[in-house]
Design a protein around this ligand. Structure first.
Ligand code: LMR
Length: 394
């Protein structure tokens, strides 16, 4: 049987991790995979997470199964964190999932149950695992323009024109904040225009929100998701706790489906629990319990928010420092877009050849599409990167 296997395509982000690890140079800089690093290059366990884990360790009396949909306290706390009061709770069906990727996967499987012929529209570019999972599931997909290679901002006119071709019932995948891989985001006003087109076309929005709190702040980063959730009868939201709680390996995420009324919510909830059962039975609980412990305790929550805010501001400072350094070195404002981008990533907007030069000659690792993880930098490496960018002729 196993002789029939053929090699699967490598994930370009994860392949880069292996390449970086194998590089013997001591001055190499990893700006690849989307993992937050502090100034010393560590990915720390957040203070509130440590404390929540200690409390769970002390008080937990059982490891018996939770419900198929996961712990209701986690689901309620996450619904509140992401959606606020934008939609009534009785319209939201939700399941805990293994990370944000698990939520994306379950959302796509829900679409397969409800609308198997729907086309899923993806921003061009998007997180490479989006098209990979869609292709693996054998679903239809299409792309809408998103990134303006010239300005390194959003190509709003291109996006709106492409979205005019969406058919009724198609699903349009949007990033809730901190667009991955570009760092370029729609403003609230621009999103209102996108919403108008999607409503006219009868599309169903699906939002992937994996970096809430990394862009403009916790509630600011949820604004677009809330705006969409309150504007449509149905929408799907895949949210990750990996980054904003720093619990990458615990695999905590949530899929929420906004239904038109309580009856539809009950049916959707039953389908979501069924999907969990088919794929992995019960979702992982530890990370979800850490999250709900933090979100429901005012002291822990305040500390988590403070640390997340420090993290966010640190990334903004690095963006500004890099833009300033490049302004100085190039005597131009060509790289000012770096300080306008938000979240962990920025697409530099250069060719794969130049990305290779940065890696081979300067030990700077970017994803092949020139996405760089800003959080992989620190005050000392910013000038090194800026010099490498200029020397590589970017
Ligand atoms: C990334 O885009 O680097 C992160 O979302 C990690 C991943 O799983 O790809």
């Amino acid at each position: 049987m196993l002789e029939n296997l053929t090699a699967q395509p490598a994930d370009k982000i994860l392949a880069l991790v292996a390449k970086f690890q194998a590089d013997p140079r001591s001055n190499k800089i990893d700006l690849g995979v989307g993992v937050y690093k502090d100034a010393s290059g560590n990915t720390p366990v957040m203070r509130a997470v440590k404390e929540a884990e200690a409390r769970i360790h002390k008080s937990q009396k059982t490891k018996a199964y939770t419900g198929l949909a996961g712990d209701p306290v986690f689901r309620d706390a996450m619904r509140d964190l992401v959606l606020g009061d934008s939609v009534p709770a009785e319209r939201v069906a939700a399941i805990a999932t293994p990370g944000g990727t698990g939520a994306v996967r379950q959302a796509l499987e829900l679409i397969q149950l409800a609308a198997p012929r729907a086309t899923i529209w993806l921003s061009q570019p998007t997180w490479p695992n989006h098209p990979s999972i869609i292709k693996y599931l054998g679903m239809n997909m299409a792309e809408y323009r998103y990134f303006d290679a010239e300005t390194r901002g959003v190509d709003l006119a291109g996006a709106l024109a492409d979205l005019e071709r969406v058919n009724a019932g198609d699903v349009v995948l949007l990033h809730g904040c901190c667009h991955n891989p570009t760092g370029a985001n729609l403003t609230y006003e621009q999103m209102a225009q996108v919403i108008g087109v999607l409503q006219n076309r009868g599309a169903v929005p699906m939002i992937d929100i994996a970096y809430q709190g990394f862009g403009d702040g916790l509630s600011e980063d949820a604004k677009i998701t809330r705006q969409i959730a309150s504007s449509f009868e149905n929408c799907l939201i895949a949210a990750s706790c990996s980054k904003n709680f720093g619990i990458y390996r615990e695999r905590a995420g949530i899929l929420m489906a906004v239904a038109k009324d309580a009856d539809q919510q009950a049916l959707t909830q039953q389908n979501l629990a069924f999907l969990n059962r088919q794929n992995y039975s019960f979702p992982p609980d530890h990370g979800a319990r850490v999250v709900s412990t933090i979100l429901t305790d005012p002291t822990l929550r305040a500390d988590w928010e403070a640390e997340l805010e420090e993290t966010r501001k640190g990334m903004l400072d690095l963006r500004q420092q890099l833009a300033d350094e490049l302004r100085r070195l190039t005597n131009s404002d060509r790289f000012d877009f770096l300080s306008a981008h938000r979240g962990m990533f920025s697409r530099l907007g250069t060719t794969p050849d130049k990305v290779d030069v940065l890696r081979d000659e300067y030990g700077v690792y970017l994803v092949g599409d020139s996405r760089m993880n800003i959080a992989g930098l620190n005050k000392e490496t910013v000038p090194v990167l800026a010099k490498a960018i200029v020397s590589a002729g970017i």
